[in-house]
Ligand binder design. Structure first.
Ligand SMILES: Cc1cc2nc3c(=O)[nH]c(=O)nc-3n(C[C@H](O)[C@H](O)[C@H](O)COP(=O)(O)OP(=O)(O)OC[C@H]3O[C@@H](n4cnc5c(N)ncnc54)[C@H](O)[C@@H]3O)c2cc1C
Length: 415
């Protein structure tokens, strides 16, 4: 029982940090989590799509409530604007799917409420880590105090302090394009029927869009109360990134522009591009959306998930492009696997070695998979209007070398 009383410090209290706290507490560790922000409502982005089987597993593991609202997506529809099909687009492929489409914020709040307030230390910024001995690591807080732990898990996101300390040579690599996103209340749409089927993806030269319903802000999935979550991949040269991420006040942001931060001129130019590329039905959704936001797409491979008694989890480790639809789920899987390894192995060192090898391999494969999807679906996207379902199926099965489903990514055992 190596977990009993093991003192674990966690840096970061979002998806990965909360799930590590839940899973390690449940196997008997003595957990403390430090989060630099207050305990306000966090909301990153809008929608997340997970296979329904994965959602059911999260419920069985008691990570989310069984009545968590989601919109059931039964298909993944790929389209392309043509002169003849200017309104809805040419239907290239209706891929069957079984997806639970939910809000990022709802997922986060499900996890957060399972972490007791006594161990979630909000407004505690970590400024450094110190190796005190081979089995002891100090977490240094902004107020100068240092707290010693047997194990430290850095779940501090894509610009992780932990990753920079462990692997100073590892950089993040810009993919050459950004994801521009928005949401629109269903009540502001003229026509909702086309999106009832699930996820719609209109392709265009240089990228594609993603459109799907998620529950409305109050969690309702009743028709008329939902929200359309959309995104468009748009190429932006590396040299233009600083200009692109300059907000209304003239401040330059590092890799993202928050909702309400985008200058009118930037949003107007993006909407002009959307009007040229999207079938009219999707163009109207984009045009009517306010306070759109954007973030740059990066790849990051890490050589390992652990050095001594310091581990990485979630986006603090490697991270993959959003085409993999794996960001939040990868974080949850890192945490579940760590809890399982600590429960099953005979010593902490064995547990960390087994966990490290498995997570490094799986997550770096996911990065490669996202890279391949990005090449096929953004940079070298073929004209789907020249392809039928059989040609699309053949093309899709040839674009990636690593077969990986999200189902393979998660442990299935019920708790
Ligand atoms: C703008 C944006 C929008 C996104 N939208 C979506 C989406 O809609 N769907 C989806 O699946 N994925 C989305 N993602 C990706 C998804 O948010 C991440 O993959 C997922 O949240 C990773 O969780 P994480 O806990 O590893 O990291 P994060 O969610 O980034 O959390 C890291 C946490 O660590 C804290 N922290 C950082 N440094 C310190 C420190 N020094 N001390 C203490 N605390 C610290 C931060 O405040 C934060 O709470 C989005 C990402 C971004 C950047």
């Amino acid at each position: 029982m190596i977990a009993q009383g093991l003192k674990v410090g966690i840096v970061g209290g979002s998806i990965a940090g909360c799930t590590v706290a839940i899973e390690l507490s449940r196997v008997g560790c003595d957990v403390t989590l430090f989060e630099r922000t207050g305990d306000e409502l966090k909301d990153r982005g809008a929608g997340i799509g997970v296979p329904t089987a994965v959602f059911d597993t999260l419920v069985r593991r008691d990570l989310v409530d069984s009545d968590t609202p989601y919109f059931a997506g039964r298909g993944f529809t790929r389209l392309w604007r043509t002169p003849q099909e200017a309104r809805y687009g040419y239907l290239a492929w209706d891929q069957p799917a079984d997806l639970a489409l939910l809000n990022w914020g709802v997922l986060y709040r499900n996890l957060r409420k399972r972490v007791p307030d006594r161990i979630y230390r909000a407004e505690h910024r970590v400024v450094g880590l110190r190796v005190i001995a081979h089995d002891s690591v100090g977490i240094e807080l902004a107020d100068g105090t240092v707290r010693a732990f047997d194990l430290v898990v850095c779940a501090d996101g894509y610009s992780s302090l932990g990753r920079r300390l462990l692997f100073p040579d590892v950089g993040i690599e810009y993919a050459g394009y950004v994801l521009w996103r928005g949401i629109l209340n269903e009540a502001d749409m003229d026509e909702t029927a086309p999106l009832q089927s699930g996820v719609h993806s209109p392709g265009y030269p240089g990228g594609h869009g993603i459109f799907y319903f998620v529950p409305g802000p109050n969690g309702s999935v009743a028709p008329g109360t939902r929200v359309v979550n959309w995104g468009m991949y748009v190429p932006v040269a590396q040299t233009s990134l600083a200009k692109f991420f300059t907000d209304k006040e003239g401040r330059v942001h590092e890799g993202s522009l928050p909702p309400a931060g985008m200058p009118f001129a930037t949003e107007s130019e993006l909407k002009r591009k959307a009007a040229e590329r999207l079938p009219d039905y999707y163009r109207e959704i984009v045009e009517r959306s306010r306070n759109t936001f954007a973030y740059a797409i990066y790849d990051c491979h890490v050589p390992a998930y652990r050095k001594g008694r310091i581990c990485l989890a979630g986006d603090a480790g490697s991270f993959a492009r959003p085409h993999t639809a794996a960001g939040a789920l990868k974080s949850i899987n890192d945490a579940i696997a760590l809890g399982e390894a600590i429960k099953q192995q005979g010593s902490l060192d064995e547990a960390l070695s087994v966990w490290d090898a498995a997570r490094t391999e799986t997550n770096n494969k996911l990065v490669t998979y996202g890279n391949q999807l990005g090449r096929a679906l953004v940079k070298e996207i073929p004209d789907w209007s020249t392809m039928d379902a059989a040609a699309m199926r053949q093309w899709f099965s040839s674009i990636v070398e690593i077969p990986m489903t999200m189902r393979d990514q998660i442990r299935e055992e019920p708790r």
